[in-house]
Design a protein around this ligand. Structure first.
Ligand SMILES: Nc1ncnc2c1ncn2[C@@H]1O[C@H](COP(=O)(O)OP(=O)(O)OP(=O)(O)O)[C@@H](O)[C@H]1O
Ligand SMILES: [Mg+2]
Length: 304
């Protein structure tokens, strides 16, 4: 038997009244993975995370968190989950440091050394003694992350953690998440902006109107166009021949004697075989990569 997934969704559904917001959602997040949960506004990310945290019940399907079925297993498993969902609920009149101490006390108490270590980790080392009411949105987000990390969770659940962070802040958090993941923590992170998770995630699930539109790694998403730039002798003739093929109608001339064409199967070797069969010999076949942002928008565009 394979070891328990950090998170497993099996045909998960959520309805609010007649409205289905999450539909037949299935995927596994492996232990130690940094997993991106992507989708435009209203796609169902927060709703899914609230189910994972046992805050709302699934309407149908199964949900396993660290091997335990939710919401029944919540009491056993939630102490090992560090959540940051939407705006963190902080005490505005206390300092960041005292906020951490109060949340720590709820977990049975944490030493000040741990509090200060966390403040430094999220980049609030020099602002820890300021009242939270004076914090910017990005600073509150950082403090929320520190709260989520207090009890060294096995699974970190972050809903739009980049909210309010400037590019330098996003970068810092990214390296923090990488460090946590190399130390064995599983990170599940949602965003509506692909660029925010692009450089940190091993795999992503992309949601579109509550349904899974893509599951896998980002490099396959980038490379999944099936189009190749072929450098070939007699490029003009090759182009004529390609256009006459049932699969080659969209072939066009590329730069400097190249031809851009969709492979009959999506694979380079099958395109090469077809060309050779017709007596055209390629010097090189380079897969055309799709811009990731473009691919993400294509997968989700009907949303808007
Ligand atoms: N309690 C509720 N009752 C009715 N509808 C709800 C409820 N909570 C969420 N919804 C609806 O569910 C859909 C998904 O919302 P959700 O907050 O999960 O999206 P999201 O992917 O987190 O979006 P965003 O990027 O804006 O945070 C939306 O259409 C929302 O209006
Ligand atoms: Mg949301």
């Amino acid at each position: 038997m394979s070891p328990a997934a950090a998170l497993e969704l099996r045909s998960l559904c959520k309805r609010f009244g007649p409205k289905e917001v999450v539909t037949d959602l299935s995927f596994r997040v492996e232990p130690g993975e940094v997993f991106g949960f992507l989708g435009p506004n209203g796609a169902g990310k927060t709703t899914t995370m609230r189910m994972v945290l046992g805050l709302i019940r699934p309407s149908a399907g199964k949900l396993l968190v660290l091997g335990e079925e939710m919401p029944a297993g919540g009491r056993r498993v939630l102490p090992q989950v560090g959540p940051l969902v939407e705006t963190p609920a902080l005490y505005p009149n206390l300092s960041g440091r005292d906020n951490l101490a109060v949340f720590g006390a709820e977990l049975g108490g944490v030493p000040w050394s741990r509090v200060d270590e966390l403040l430094a980790l999220v980049g609030l080392g020099d602002r820890g003694r300021d009242r939270v009411a004076r914090y910017s949105l990005g600073m509150r987000q950082r403090l929320g992350l520190a709260v989520a990390l207090l009890h060294r969770p096995r699974l970190l659940l972050l809903d739009e953690p980049a909210n309010g962070l400037d590019p330098a802040g996003i970068r810092e958090i990214r390296s923090l998440l990488r460090n946590l993941s190399s130390a064995g923590t599983t990170v599940f992170i949602s965003s509506h902006v692909l660029g925010e998770v692009e450089r940190v995630c091993d795999r992503v699930a992309i949601l579109r109107r509550g349904r899974l539109a893509y599951l896998g790694d980002l490099s396959s998403l980038r490379a999944s166009t099936g189009t190749f730039l072929v450098r070939i002798e007699r490029a003009d003739e090759a182009l004529q021949w390609l256009r006459a093929q049932p699969w080659g109608g969209s072939a066009q001339a590329g730069p400097d004697g190249t031809v851009e064409v969709l492979s009959p199967t999506g694979r380079g070797r099958d395109l090469n075989r077809a060309l050779m069969g017709a007596g055209f010999f390629a010097d090189s076949l380079v897969p055309c990569e799709r811009d990731l942002e473009e691919a993400f928008l294509q997968l989700t565009e009907e949303e808007r």
